[in-house]
Design a protein around this ligand. Structure first.
Ligand SMILES: Nc1ncnc2c1ncn2[C@@H]1O[C@H](COP(=O)(O)OP(=O)(O)OP(=O)(O)O)[C@@H](O)[C@H]1O
Ligand SMILES: [Mg+2]
Length: 266
């Protein structure tokens, strides 16, 4: 059976595409799938750093597409998670160096060798975005609960539909306390505007920065709420459509519980 190519995209930059790609890829590999995560952010690569694999790069995706090496030479095997491979971006080229037909051909080859191929797309709707989606069978849109990210996601969703893809949504960096205070859009607000299928809700979690700075997979940290959310997203992408969506909550402190009871009793 051929593997599935999933593109992770967003419109607005800095909303968590690279975080999602590495975490979903690692989670799918932990479940026993053979997974390749591909950094399509040519010129601005950082998936390698987030994965802690930057010192092991020899070839990159541009070398593969341009025929300078084989997929097996460019794919770096993760030492902690079996069956997880990274194909890095090149740092020295610009985004125009790849042709869509070249990427499409490589995506077809990758589908023969891996169960899942996750494409980490660059921000924006330029050539780099086109190259990230050309070989994709599925699309995941990452959005944060703020108005500008939602607007950019809406635009990307339209483009994905026009390319024959049916995008699904991850809302990232949710801060439940701020949602409760009305300072942040809720995931329902985001869904109202975007009206696509939700595949997961990821809370703001300081472990994300720690794990990317130390190059350790978030999903291996059992105390990471974001890591757990990404594991559930991976299970849904792997066919567990009935797995309930968990809504991030914030721990109510003892004091605020007492305070609320006190106010109610008055
Ligand atoms: N759930 C989260 N909780 C806390 N921090 C997060 C979360 N998700 C992402 N971040 C942080 O937000 C920043 C941007 O994340 P990331 O690099 O994954 O975004 P991106 O969409 O790939 O950005 P770009 O468009 O530049 O490629 C990083 O510093 C990352 O650690
Ligand atoms: Mg990125």
């Amino acid at each position: 059976m051929e593997g599935k190519v999933i593109v992770v995209t967003s419109g607005k930059g800095g909303v968590g595409k690279t975080t999602a790609t590495s975490s979903i890829g690692a989670a799918l590999a932990l479940e026993g799938n053979r997974v390749a995560i591909v950094d399509m952010d040519i010129g601005l690569r950082n998936l390698d750093v987030v994965m802690g694999l930057e010192n092991r790069i020899v070839f990159n995706i541009v070398d593969v597409v341009q025929g300078r090496c084989k997929i097996s030479q460019a794919a770096i095997r993760d030492r902690r998670i079996e069956n997880l491979f990274l194909i890095p971006a090149s740092q020295s080229d610009n985004k125009d160096v790849l042709t869509t037909s070249g990427v499409e051909r490589v995506a077809k080859q990758l589908r023969k060798e891996f169960d899942f191929i996750i494409m980490d797309s660059p921000a924006g709707i330029e050539k780099g975005f086109e190259n990230s989606i050309v070989g994709a069978n599925e699309a995941v849109v990452i959005c944060t609960p703020d108005v500008s990210a939602v607007r950019d996601a809406d635009r990307i969703i339209g483009l994905l539909y026009s390319r024959g893809l049916t995008p699904r949504l991850v809302v990232n960096r949710i801060e439940p306390a701020r949602v409760e205070r009305g300072e942040m859009l809720s995931h329902e607000d985001v869904l109202d505007v975007l009206s696509i299928e939700l595949v997961g809700l990821v809370p703001m979690d300081e472990q994300v920065l720690i794990s990317s700075n130390t190059g350790t997979p978030l999903v291996l940290q059992n105390d990471s709420k974001a890591g757990q959310a990404f594991k559930r997203i991976a299970r849904r992408l792997n066919g567990e459509a009935d797995l309930p969506i968990e809504v991030p909550t914030h721990k109510t402190s003892m004091w605020s519980k007492i305070g609320k009871t006190f106010l109610r009793s008055k």
